[in-house]
Design a binder for this molecule. Structure first.
Ligand SMILES: [Zn+2]
Length: 254
């Protein structure tokens, strides 16, 4: 016979370790198989009388996707949430999953500070902090100029009489064309970045929140530029070395 008002509580480690489950992976950006790597599992029950009571179980789990991405899952089961239609389970994943969230891409050879700002910028986008995200994109562009020693660049200014005058500017606009001048960026990318620059300016100085779609495009552009400036030259260099080694071997097989 169950004692009236009896409360049971316990906490164990790794009761659900090794359990397999399906969850949305923020890196793979789709539902994938995960496994519980470590868990803390709690149980609670209270008997009101011989025939009725409530019970609950909580599983706090570190879960791992097949891609290696680790995240946190809290699975709760509560007897009072269970009926003929409901299982009684509630699942919460951390960080929260948004199917349209952007992945943080891994770029090789990008200076640590730039890649850190890039990572934070993507996170602010996924959190919906669009003004900060736009400011972050602007800082990335400044960073690209800085590591390439670009302090200024050519711009065209319209005069009072309507005529154009070529000059140099050390503002971001000038620096963007300075990247182009040094053959670090193509003219097409510089023009596109120029549009992006206004986004950064608007966000920081006028506190105008840029649109989500506009930011997605700007982020995509920055990712292409990071790839072009830092990743591709490294790949080309590696390829050159491989070809050179192959050539030496073919000339001198010994
Ligand atoms: Zn994954």
């Amino acid at each position: 016979m169950t004692a009236k008002g009896k409360i049971s509580e316990n906490m164990v480690e790794n009761k659900t370790k090794g359990r397999e489950l399906q969850a949305y992976c923020p890196d793979c950006r789709r539902d994938r198989e995960h496994v519980v790597v470590v868990s803390v599992d709690t149980y609670f029950s209270e008997d009101f009388n011989e025939y009725s009571g409530i019970s609950a179980e909580d599983n706090y789990q570190v879960i791992k996707c097949r891609c290696g991405c680790l995240s946190f899952r809290h699975l709760n089961w509560f007897s009072e949430f269970q009926d003929q239609e409901a299982s009684g389970y509630t699942e919460i994943l951390y960080p929260p999953r948004k199917p349209d969230s952007l992945p943080v891409k891994k770029f090789q050879n990008v200076p640590t500070l730039i890649s850190k700002i890039y990572e934070e910028t993507i996170k602010t986008f996924n959190d919906g902090s669009y003004t900060l995200c736009a400011a972050g994109l602007r800082v990335i562009v400044e960073g690209i100029c800085e590591v390439n020693g670009v302090k200024d660049g050519p711009v065209t200014r319209q005069q009072k009489d309507g005529s154009d005058k070529d000059c140099r500017s050390n503002r971001l606009e000038g620096k963007i064309y300075g990247l182009c001048e040094k053959d670090i960026l193509t003219k097409k990318s510089a023009d596109m970045l120029h549009e992006h620059r206004f986004l950064g300016n608007g966000a920081v100085h006028d506190l105008a929140e840029p649109g989500e779609r506009e930011l997605r495009i700007a982020i995509e552009l920055i990712e292409h530029i990071l790839e072009d400036i830092f990743v591709m030259p490294q790949k080309a260099e590696t390829l050159k070395k491989i070809r050179l080694r192959a050539k030496i071997k073919s000339v001198d097989p010994a």
